[in-house]
Design a protein around this ligand. Structure first.
Ligand SMILES: Cc1ncc(COP(=O)(O)O)c(C=O)c1O
Length: 287
């Protein structure tokens, strides 16, 4: 993105090249902050209320007061969207505990840092939708509050890099033999036409796209179970999908270097993909 891309920092809209924060910002020093990524189709935020609810949940989880109410966030996100030259966007929104002398305990009186930027929405390519993507598996060694969308992401970064190292798009994780999620996506499986997804506990991010997929499946009459999924069950599934705000739903067709399931996106994935597309605003990019 050019240096002139307009972002928002602490009350001002300015070119990204001019947006500066202190080296003492606790987001920089400790990863002491939370964030959201909101997909935008044709300049309309998708499931904004859900994202703002999860933002509040993450802020509560790190004991940081929300600097804005939902109406103010809504207005700010829309104002940022309006300043971009492209229609389909991914709004990134971050709140940190602000700037203070380095000390682990919460600072008194620091103002939170609020930063937003918006980039073109990097949806999967038509080839990825048609043929699926490659993923690998790894043991989930992250902390035990993966339900909070914090900016402390080095655990996820290391997991994603394992996939990048072998040219795969994601790392599907298991903790003690149970499916959790992937480095930046939720994971759903299908066996015998029945969808299953792990419960939204502290081990996974409560994905907005996960919720949307569950909702769309139920309204389309597709059977779906929310329950713990063992590694054995996951690896023996007919289909495995990733879900996220920037991936929507995408099928995993290669796992750990071998074809997964039938090696092509399965029939249940294709139904879910179609359901997902039908819930986007009319005229949104479809593959
Ligand atoms: C670890 C992790 N899990 C799941 C997701 C999917 O969440 P959402 O559907 O809200 O994008 C993300 C999104 O970035 C993520 O980082």
């Amino acid at each position: 993105m050019p240096d002139t891309q307009i972002v928002h920092l602490n009350g001002a809209f300015l070119p990204i090249g001019e947006a500066k924060i202190s080296v003492l910002d606790r987001g920089f020093i400790y990863g002491d902050g939370v964030y959201e990524v909101i997909p935008v189709y044709k300049r309309a935020p998708f499931r904004m209320a859900h994202h703002l609810r999860r933002l509040q949940y993450s802020l509560d989880g790190i004991r940081l007061a929300n600097p804005k109410d939902d109406a103010a966030w809504d207005e700010l996100v829309r104002a940022l969207i309006a300043r971009q030259p492209f229609d389909d966007q991914a709004v990134y929104l971050q709140v940190t505990r602000g700037v203070a002398k380095r000390d682990h305990a919460f600072p008194k009186g620091a103002a939170p840092t609020v930063f937003l930027m918006s980039n073109p929405l990097p949806l999967p390519t038509p080839e990825q939708v048609a043929h699926g993507v490659a993923a690998i598996t790894a043991e989930d060694n992250r902390w035990h509050r993966c339900d909070l969308k914090t900016t402390s992401l080095v655990g996820n970064v290391l997991m994603r890099q394992l996939a990048a190292d072998v040219g795969a798009v994601e790392t599907v994780m298991f903790r003690g033999g149970w499916l959790t999620e992937a480095s930046a996506s939720n994971v759903l499986i299908v066996k015998g036409g029945k969808i299953a997804a792990p419960p939204k506990d502290h081990q996974i991010l409560p994905g907005i796209t996960y919720d949307a997929s569950v909702e769309f499946a139920r309204s389309a009459g597709m059977p779906i179970d929310i329950r713990p999924i063992s590694r054995e069950e996951a690896l023996a599934a007919d289909e495995m999908w990733l879900s996220s705000s920037t991936k929507e739903v995408i099928a995993i067709t290669t796992l750990d270097g071998r074809p997964f399931g039938s090696g092509v996106p399965g029939p249940t994935f294709r139904r879910m993909y179609a359901a997902f597309q039908s819930h986007k605003p009319p005229g949104s990019r479809r593959v």
